[in-house]
Ligand binder design. Structure first.
Ligand SMILES: [Mg+2]
Length: 393
């Protein structure tokens, strides 16, 4: 059996679904990030990377040799790693695992060692306070109400980004606003629900310290990307001053990038993105490495259904999986890409293990073709500070 062809579909809102086909007529699916983003008529950089990796290392090869193909894609390209290559590898890797599971008639998590748990906890995002047209008090009230709605719908954990763009050293009111919204959300959901916070890498280490101090009384589940991803060396100072678990990793792309954080004891939760950090193969290794440092994983996943399915297989098999991010469980268009959207049926705050063969999803290729190339838009303009310099957003 060999890999004979592939197709990469760009589908709304900004996702790329990759289909591999084999000489015996099997199909496997993966999901590739749009790195960077659709803008104007330009193609995502990852689409080119997929083309190059497929032609150089995968077409004509035996798809069952996942580790060898992964190593070929990673090591043989010489200039390696980073957001583009590792996402292209990830999508191909996921599709190879889907093929292997389909061929074996087993879910991928069974091939990773079998289930470490019966169900997988997921969280929901609270977004309403991000509407900059609202007054602060109104935004806070809406966030609290939204969080309560998610809890009433059965979720046992929510996450919010409590800050806008920040100055390098910002005013007391910037910190107070963050404390107000987090406090209101905590009050709305009570002590039996987890409230995770994401600074989105917007804080300098000076502001991260002040924010963490101000938000610690609300007992966050974790604070995510308290610093920009480049500042791994500054994270241990932050971790040492607070009892709030420190999380990061959605912008780290391999075991080698997580290693310094783990060795410095600077992190409690790692958040690799399966579709960004080399796929199922690499993310399971990151999880295993983290386990030896008493660190859990909470895989990042703000994209589509193939990526979410791939994440769930890692969660199912990894003993240290804490909780899974998702943004699509209530999104009808996202679910329309599947013939079996009930694979993601949620009971309370948990999803079932995806127990069909392969990734467990049945991609509706007719629907994918119908929407491919339409309604693609995702641009990221700079976030400016008050003096016109570029900050984080
Ligand atoms: Mg994040």
């Amino acid at each position: 059996m060999e890999v004979t062809s592939y197709e990469l579909y760009a589908v709304p809102p900004r996702w790329q679904l990759l289909k591999l086909e084999t000489s015996d007529g099997r199909v496997g699916w993966g999901e590739v990030y749009t790195k960077w983003h659709f803008t104007g008529d330009s193609q995502p950089a990852t689409a080119n990377a997929v083309d190059q990796l497929m032609h150089q290392y995968v077409l004509g090869e035996d798809p069952s040799a996942i580790e060898r193909l992964w190593q070929a894609m990673y090591r043989s390209s010489f200039y390696r790693g980073g957001s583009v290559q590792m996402s292209a590898i990830a999508g191909i890797d996921e599709a190879l695992w889907d093929l292997k599971g389909n061929a074996a008639g087993l879910p991928v998590y069974e091939l990773l060692g079998g289930p470490a748990r019966d169900r997988i906890r997921v969280y929901q995002h609270v977004r309403s306070h991000g509407d900059v047209s609202l007054e602060a008090s109104e935004a806070t009230g809406r966030a609290a109400a939204e969080a309560r709605e998610h809890v009433d719908a059965g979720y046992t954990a929510v996450k919010l980004v409590p800050t806008d763009g920040l100055e390098l050293v910002d005013t007391p009111s910037a910190v107070e606003r963050a404390a107000e919204v987090v406090g209101a959300v905590r009050e709305a959901v009570g002590p039996d629900v987890d409230v995770a916070l994401d600074f989105h890498g917007r804080a300098s280490k000076a502001m991260a310290a002040r924010l963490v101090d101000a938000l610690e009384p609300f007992d966050p589940m974790f604070v995510e990307e308290p610093l920009a991803p480049e500042q791994v060396g500054e994270m241990d100072r932050l971790a040492a001053r607070t009892s709030v678990p420190i999380a990061t990793g959605e912008r780290l792309y391999s075991r080698w990038e997580f290693r310094p954080l783990l060795e410095a004891d600077a992190v409690d939760v790692v958040q690799p993105d399966v579709s960004s950090a080399g796929g199922i193969t690499e993310t399971k290794k990151i999880a295993d490495m983290a386990e030896t440092y008493d660190v859990s994983i909470a895989p990042h996943c703000p994209i589509g259904p193939v990526a979410l399915a791939a994440s769930l297989h890692v969660d199912a098999a990894a003993p240290n999986a804490l909780i899974q991010e998702q943004t699509i469980l209530e999104d009808d268009r996202a679910m329309s890409y599947l013939r079996n959207p009930d694979v993601f049926e949620r009971t309370g705050g948990f999803l079932e293990l995806p127990d069909g063969p392969g990734l467990g999803i049945d991609v509706d290729e007719d629907r994918v073709r119908e929407l491919a190339g339409t309604d693609l838009a995702f641009d990221r303009s700079p976030g400016y500070r008050a003096d016109g310099s570029v900050g984080e957003r």
